[in-house]
Design a protein around this ligand. Structure first.
Ligand code: ADP
Ligand code: MG
Length: 350
């Protein structure tokens, strides 16, 4: 099983690949050369974040983006004793007033629970803790322990009234499966408000873009091979979000079994759906992030059904047996790497 796992999710190919996007090639070349590139990197939200902006005088916009990321991290961290999520988790069952951003994200998280028939569940934190995923002191809890912990989950017991959140005393929430996606949305908005027309935000492999590359070229996103080194393909994108979840991102092995950090809320155990990685692309980072995690839980057939009933995302799914499945909306934007050993790509159609 070992060869299936590598540590990185998505690598960016920042090298310009020419595409046929509207303008003449001459224009593209001239614009590309004349645009200044500035970037800022930081460790935030438990990952490496890089924001790259193109154009003149983007320094102030990048500082603002950096500040935005820090402020969102300080709202949503589960471990920071000053965060809003910490306050909610240690409220003793009392209502807690949160910021508009946190309330919006909680509201959206509850909606995503319904939309995914429970696969997306922000109330799994006590179970994740028992598995050691919150501290990296990994262990396999026995079935009785998991059954007891599952009694302390269930988003239907959470209530949100405007900006007032009520989480019962024995429950705890975490926004790890959605916070980076929403941060991408909010940082993109902030960059635009500060006049940036072209930018790429990379939150540990969660990608969010503003506009196109200078000159109208599309962005080229390399998609990490979940079975080994390198990329298995490249996706050409415009302004959107691209988020990947994989069993190879955080996991431990005990007695020959591999346990990863995405749990099936029904069993309280790492999701065994036959999927090894899911990439979701769409306009909204928060949607893509929530879906990347929950489609991983749902498996190929349920994921395909959800996609058929939706019009706000496309996806690429890699199954543990090496199958690659791509939805028809991005068929023309995806190129399989020549050296990837699995030549068959199945297109999921409506
Ligand atoms: P990452 O943040 O590692 O890129 P994900 O977006 O898939 O990957 O989020 C995984 C995190 O989400 C886990 O570490 C855990 O905190 C939380 N989580 C695990 N299972 C679920 C689930 N079924 N629904 C919602 N959140 C989950
Ligand atoms: Mg996610």
């Amino acid at each position: 099983m070992g060869r299936f796992f590598v540590s990185q999710a998505v690598l960016l190919c920042l090298a310009a690949l020419l595409t046929s996007c509207g303008q003449s090639e001459d224009n593209q070349t001239v614009d590309t050369v004349s645009e200044e590139e500035n970037s800022t990197s930081m460790f935030a939200m438990n990952t490496y974040v890089t924001v790259t902006a193109y154009g003149n005088d983007t320094e102030a916009a990048l500082s603002s983006a950096e500040e935005k990321i820090r402020s969102l991290e300080s709202l949503w961290s589960v471990t920071d004793e000053n965060s809003e999520i910490y306050a909610v988790n240690h409220s003793g069952g009392n209502p807690v007033e949160v910021s508009d951003e946190t309330a919006q994200l909680l509201d959206f998280s509850l909606q995503m629970n319904e939309r995914t028939n429970g696969a997306f569940d922000i109330s799994l934190y006590p179970v994740l803790t028992a598995w050691g995923f919150t501290t990296e002191e990994y262990r396999v809890p026995d079935d009785d322990e998991i059954t007891q912990l599952l009694e302390r989950t269930g988003v239907e017991k959470i209530s949100l009234d405007g900006q007032t959140v009520h989480v019962p005393d024995d429950m705890q929430i975490d926004l790890g499966a959605i916070g980076k996606g929403y941060a991408g949305d909010l940082v993109a908005e902030d960059l635009k408000q500060n006049g940036v027309k072209s930018a790429l935000i990379d939150l540990g492999g969660n990608i969010q873009t503003v506009g196109t590359k200078p000159g109208g070229e599309s962005w080229s996103i390399g998609i990490r091979n979940p079975f080994g080194e390198g990329n298995f393909g490249v996706l050409e994108i415009g302004e959107c979000a691209v988020v990947t979840s994989g069993g190879y991102e955080r996991y431990f092995v005990e007695d020959g079994n591999t346990y990863w950090h995405i749990l099936d809320p029904e069993t309280g155990k790492p999701a065994q759906s036959g999927i090894i990685s899911v990439l979701v692309i769409g306009a909204e980072g928060r949607l893509c992030d929530a879906l990347s995690t929950s489609l991983f839980v749902m498996g190929l057939d349920r994921a395909a059904n959800l996609w058929r009933n939706s019009d706000d995302f496309e996806m690429i799914i890699v199954t543990s047996d090496g199958g690659i499945y791509i939805t028809e909306g991005i068929e023309d934007d995806f190129t399989l790497s020549k050296n990837f050993s699995q030549p068959e790509v199945s297109v999921i159609r409506r």
